[in-house]
Write a protein that binds this ligand. Structure first.
Ligand code: ATR
Length: 274
């Protein structure tokens, strides 16, 4: 049996094991995927354990995505630019780090909404780690300008400066969203507002949302957030964060096995687990 794992803290609510084990079952691959609760001081030993126990691949989640880069043999270019690794491939003892969050996000957004990003302006709300990966992936798809609105304006400006290497970008305060919303085709919530158990949270005033917009949320618990529900009621096309979760796992599966990920089965088992 080929072994796979996810390292995180906390980890017990992770839906990665049910999703990846379902993928192995569906494709007839003799493998098992388990969750490991790795405390911050133990990450280096845990990564060396990947080599010792010959795990073929590992996912890395909060809070280890940055620190893990110090313990790998090679970092893929996209992961280096984003500054975070969520997927490790063990190539005969050589550990290579990738980031499948941003590319997984874009693949799900395109497949589920049909949006063509090239030449489009985008509004991202939030400027944390998740926003970095999503912004980089949207820039690579040809988004012509990325507005980054954040509660802490300085962090929005800093991320916009970083992004400007890949596309035109600018930082905003949350109170400036109304002034740019008419220019954009896509709004992405990169904050945790609306996530269980604080499901009443919304990242912006949804009365500003119009029916030509695609509105996307990285939150996937609940699967449809209040932000998406209210946006859909205003005629927008909506995209749940569940897609990003499924496709980041799908890319990891494909990097590890070389087999196309069984997306429908993975999605169904995660939906059934809520
Ligand atoms: P992640 O790695 O998941 O992106 P993070 O780096 O902690 O998490 O980023 C969280 C983002 O949500 C930030 O943009 C944060 O805004 P600040 O930079 O001002 O902290 C945003 N956020 C979190 N709670 C918020 C709230 N109650 N209102 C507005 N923004 C919030």
């Amino acid at each position: 049996t080929i072994m796979y794992a996810v390292f995180g803290d906390p980890i017990r609510h992770s839906k990665s094991p049910i999703m990846l084990n379902r993928a192995f079952e569906e494709t007839g691959i003799n493998a098992a995927y388990a969750a490991f609760h790795i405390l911050p001081g133990q990450l280096k030993d845990a990564v060396n354990g990947i080599r010792a126990m010959q795990f073929r691949g590992v996912n890395v989640t909060i809070p280890h995505k940055l620190e893990v880069m110090d313990y790998l043999d090679e970092i893929d270019e996209g992961a280096r630019i984003i500054g975070a690794v969520n997927t490790i491939v063990n190539d005969n003892g050589r550990l290579i780090g990738y980031n499948t969050d941003g590319i997984g996000y874009v693949r799900s957004l395109k497949e589920e909404t049909g949006i063509e990003l090239s030449g489009k302006k985008v509004l991202m709300i939030g400027a944390g780690g998740a926003a970095r990966g999503v912004g980089y992936a949207l820039a690579k798809e040809g988004a012509s300008h990325i507005y980054i609105a954040n509660r802490t304006r300085g962090k929005a400006d800093e991320l916009a400066r970083n992004m400007s290497e890949f596309t035109s970008a600018s930082g905003l305060g949350l109170d400036e969203i109304a002034g740019v919303i008419g220019e954009v085709s896509l709004i992405v919530n990169n904050t945790s507002l609306g996530m269980h158990p604080n499901e009443d949270g919304v990242p912006m005033d949804t009365s500003l949302i119009g029916d030509r917009l695609v509105v996307s949320d990285l939150v996937y618990n609940p699967i449809i957030t209040r932000f998406l529900r209210e946006s859909e009621a205003r005629g927008a096309k909506i995209h749940s964060g569940l897609g990003m979760f499924i496709y980041q796992g799908a890319y990891a599966f494909e990097y590890w096995t070389g087999v196309p990920a069984p997306i429908a089965a993975m999605r169904q088992v995660v939906i059934d687990s809520f």
